[in-house]
Design a binder for this molecule. Structure first.
Ligand code: G6P
Length: 367
């Protein structure tokens, strides 16, 4: 395994550029085109056990929590099982009700985050079933879980996670399709989504080819004292992760908000000094997203849209970052990639220590 910088200036850039290959690695050998379903043998769940799941609860910290929220949405949408995500750091302290028919999913790159590990022990102590979505093989969390999906992202050194997060999102997509296919997700929908997953590594490479343009946008954003990141439903976890990454390494204040909630408060802050990065997928909510952007534009708020080439913004003045389209249920995975580049290039422009941001550790293993 390669821990060297191999000529790159920062691990973060090396790692986000590795994503087409690391995404291939998490999918390799796990996709069955014929039945339109993933093969996730490591879960240690037979079809009957999968069908008995009545609820899914995802726990993780930091970026792993935001990807967990993306994953919970995929599970609810594709498998029609009620699902949500919660920071493990909260879950462990609130004496949560543990149900035998709930599947608990612990998400962690390192597999050593104390809050997540202790939450897993608490679930197990109360008889709950936990599976891990973990990168580091043989780590504490991986060993404590009843089964799981290894990410195969390779070693990640940069504090700001990139390739491990993308692989977490891919692992959740596979879990959602798998749980869906033992229920009511049809074989044709399963095949459509499996084909979508197979296209993702190549499409990530296309996003990365756009690095110069994204760097330009990032430089301009780095001058703002504060930035909104907005999205709704599938786009909201993308916005949350975008804001998280931006503040972690650029040290600029960034706040994620649901586009749908703007009118209930934050619109009061919109001005020419406060840029907004909006996640605008091409789906059944595009029209509503454009409505929210109109509201911002009308108040002079500068707009950056992370979107797809065929979304038409009409008269609105928008700096667009286009990402290839996949299947709408999987698009959040690709829409997250430009967020990494925005944060990286803003921090680079500001001259920060990108791989080791102040006050943060790659994994928080102590209480
Ligand atoms: C730390 C890092 C975050 C990371 C979180 C969870 O707080 O600074 O970037 O998302 O831990 O780490 P894990 O290894 O559990 O995914």
């Amino acid at each position: 395994e390669d821990f060297s910088l191999s000529g790159y200036e920062h691990y973060m850039r090396k790692e986000y550029l590795e994503q087409p290959a690391s995404a291939e690695a998490v999918l390799r050998g796990r996709l069955d085109d014929r039945f339109g379903t993933p093969r996730l043998n490591g879960l240690n769940l037979d079809p009957r056990a999968k069908r008995e799941i009545r609820r899914v609860k995802v726990i993780g910290c930091g970026s792993a929590f935001y990807v967990g929220q993306m994953g919970a949405q995929m599970i609810e949408e594709l498998a029609r099982i009620p699902a949500d995500a919660e920071p493990a750091s909260e879950f462990r302290y609130r004496n949560a009700v543990i149900e035998p028919t709930t599947l608990y999913v612990a998400v962690s790159q390192s597999g050593e985050t104390a809050d997540t590990a202790i939450a897993v022990d608490e679930i197990k102590r109360k008889g709950g079933r936990v599976v891990g979505v973990v990168n580091v093989v043989g780590s504490s969390i991986a060993r404590a879980c009843d089964g799981g999906i290894y990410l195969h992202a390779g070693p990640e050194v940069s504090v700001a996670s990139t390739k491990a997060l993308t692989n977490m999102a891919l692992a959740f997509a596979m879990l959602a399709i798998d749980l869906g296919r033992v229920r009511d997700l049809s074989v044709s929908n399963g095949r459509r989504l499996i084909a979508g997953l197979q296209r993702i590594p190549g499409q990530i490479a296309q996003v990365l080819e756009n690095e110069d343009q994204i760097a330009d946008v990032a430089k301009r954003l780095s001058g703002a004292p504060s930035i909104f990141f907005i999205g709704r439903v599938r786009g909201f976890p993308v916005a949350r992760e975008g804001a998280q990454k931006f503040k972690e390494i650029s040290y600029r204040h960034a706040e994620a908000y649901q586009s749908s909630e703007l009118k209930h408060g934050p619109l009061a802050l919109i001005s020419p000094e406060l840029p907004t990065v909006a996640v605008v997928p091409h789906d059944e909510l595009t029209g509503r997203n454009l409505g929210a952007l109109q509201e911002i534009g009308a108040r002079g708020g500068p707009l950056v849209a992370v979107t797809h080439g065929d979304v038409d913004f009409g008269e609105l003045i928008v700096e667009r970052i286009d990402v290839p389209r996949n299947e709408p249920e999987l698009d959040p995975i690709l829409l997250t990639v430009p967020m990494q580049l925005l944060a990286y290039h803003a921090a680079l422009h500001l001259g920060h220590d990108i791989d080791k941001p102040r006050n943060l550790a790659k994994s928080v293993t102590v209480e």
